[in-house]
Design a protein around this ligand. Sequence first.
Ligand code: UDP
Ligand code: MN
Length: 253
Amino acid sequence: ELPTIYVVTPTYARLVQKAELVRLSQTLLHVPKLHWVVVEDAAAPSALVASLLAQSGLRFTHLHAPTAPERRRRPGDPAWLRPRGAEQRNRALQWLRDTRAPAEPAVVYFADDDNTYSLRLFDEMRSTRRVAVWPVGLVGGLRFERPLVERGRVVGFHAAWKPERPFPLDMAGFAVALRLLLARPGARFDPRAERGYLESSLLRHLVSREQLEPKADNCTRVLVWHTRTEKPKMRQEEQLQREGLGSDPHVEV
Ligand code: UDP
Ligand code: MN
């Protein structure tokens, strides 16, 4: 029987949110035995995300967890200043621990709403026994980052940005067996982690570097891309709004 893949997606309200979630949901529709855990960065669940999930055709759980006010990004802060999505991913970990049985064969993957995922990636991660790893494209100032593999073992990392990190991996570059997460109840993301260290803050509870399981042909294939969506310009909208002629606010975008 195929292990379930729990895909955990933190998400927050902005102009492109629905477009991101529609695109991701329609990728996930192609993946068998998948359960989407969507965690809104908000004090309450939104109608937009609730109805999108209800109509998605996916098996899903809709959670929410607001980022603590002192950790929220302020307008004008550079994007890298604070880790994003940490409290939301921790909320999903809590839900998994509260509701799932350790005997259930399953894998947990943290999939941001804006990345690009090949369907082959889900085939690769499904056999994760502890923590599986693979390359991520368009990240860390490189064409790709990846674990370096010799004789089937991870012996190092191709990463240029803070290569001294305990696990120089992007969030999109690993998956964890549910059983391992439930066996280590203290394993969580540290929302106060220094820039770049969020992934390591979880993984250090779970495995040593030597235990990482390389996937995607010994980490030679890029099956996920750290794409980022441009913020849409709203100059004309703002102009029309000043004249009382803005796009109908009742139409959901
Ligand atoms: N995110 C969030 N709250 C925020 C900013 C981001 O929940 O205030 C989510 C976002 O929707 C995404 C993940 O956290 O799923 C990572 O954010 P982002 O893609 O902006 O990070 P980056 O691509 O810069 O690493
Ligand atoms: Mn992103």
